[in-house]
Design a protein around this ligand. Structure first.
Ligand code: LMR
Length: 331
């Protein structure tokens, strides 16, 4: 080989070596996943499963950091933080998107879905899928839904009929529909962050709140709320969300793998949600700290009658065709 050729080959090898070293030394893409609930909840478990799958499949390329229990951001700040690039993934309750879209308010309409199968059917149907993109114009996109479950009413006094709630203060998520729902029974709704609920209940600054069995159990609300009415009056599910800028900025192959891991983690989280709806309810019964009130059909009908007019109030903002599609999902 001529001297020049040897020199050229050596140079090429050196360049290739430096290039590969640069690639392997490139810092991994960091995905901060911020949420407000305990780790032992559907969302907490889903987030941890997502991290586990990404660790297995994209080691060195993508690193997931999970921040539970409002450690990084509360739900009132997380979406702003996402738009600033300070967090990449979150799964706020569908009740917390008021600033970004009115359409998702549909999920807060009381007594709209008869059970979680109907919720799943609606979410996977054309309207539910379209709603994943409801916040797109604001720079945020939904990557999927995650279940938690149906909400119950906890309180310091027994609530059997709507008049029992009149004059009482209830903590709600930041949703005008939920405010209207409590106003419909003469109660006083207060929008407060999830992280404050336990203390508000413990100090009796408020009388009650609405939440799922897993949230009532994992955040110990049942220890400071002697009564829980099994009302199943609404749904608390999540939109797994990211910023368009982050998502479209990912290399195609990485985005595909991350989405796959996310879908699998959501499937896992949904199984956890279904289990916890029964297990955590039972744990609360076993604790004997709180009495569960089961409503008769006639009592439940009174709640339906009092709260259902809220649908009409929000029909224009949400869209009648969307509400009709949700009603259809009950069949
Ligand atoms: C709440 O604020 O009550 C819930 O949205 C918390 C959660 O994320 O489940």
């Amino acid at each position: 080989m001529a001297k020049n050729t040897i020199l050229l080959v050596s140079l090429m090898v050196a360049v290739a070596f430096v290039a590969s070293a640069t690639v392997s030394m490139a810092a991994p893409i960091v995905i901060k996943f911020s949420h407000v609930v305990a780790e032992n909840t559907p969302k907490g478990q889903m987030a941890n499963k997502f991290k586990e799958l990404v660790d297995q499949r994209l080691a060195g390329k993508v690193e997931v950091e999970v921040f539970p229990n409002s450690q990084l951001f509360g739900d009132n700040k997380v979406l702003e933080a996402m738009l600033l690039g300070d967090v990449q993934l979150a799964a706020p309750s569908l009740s917390k998107f008021k600033k970004y879209t009115k359409s998702l308010q549909i999920y807060d309409l009381p007594f709209l879905f008869k059970n979680m199968d109907a919720v799943e059917k609606f979410q996977q149907g054309p309207v539910g899928q379209k709603l994943l993109m409801a916040t797109k114009s604001k720079g945020l996109i939904g990557l999927g839904y995650l279940h938690n479950g149906l909400k119950q009413l906890s309180a310091s006094d027994p609530l059997r009929v709507p008049t029992d709630a009149a004059g009482k203060k209830f903590r709600i998520m930041s949703s005008d529909v939920l405010a209207a729902q409590f106003e419909a029974v003469g109660a006083m709704p207060l929008k407060k962050p999830f992280s404050e609920v336990f203390t508000l209940l413990q100090t009796k600054a408020i009388d009650g709140q609405e939440n799922t069995w897993s949230n009532i159990y994992s955040k110990k609300f049942f220890e400071v709320q002697p009564y829980i009415t099994e009302s199943n009056h609404g749904v608390l599910d999540y939109l797994v969300i990211t910023s368009t800028a982050f998502w479209t900025g990912l290399p195609d192959d990485i985005r595909t793998e991350v989405k796959k891991a996310l879908d699998e983690a959501i499937t896992f989280g949904n199984i956890v949600a279904a289990q916890k709806a029964t297990d955590d309810r039972q744990k609360i019964i076993d604790s004997k700290r709180s009495t569960i009130i089961e409503l008769t059909d006639a009592e439940r009908q009174q709640w339906v009658k009092a709260m259902k007019p809220v649908w009409k109030q929000f029909e224009k903002e949400i869209g009648k065709d969307y509400i009709d599609a949700a009603i259809q999902a009950n069949n």
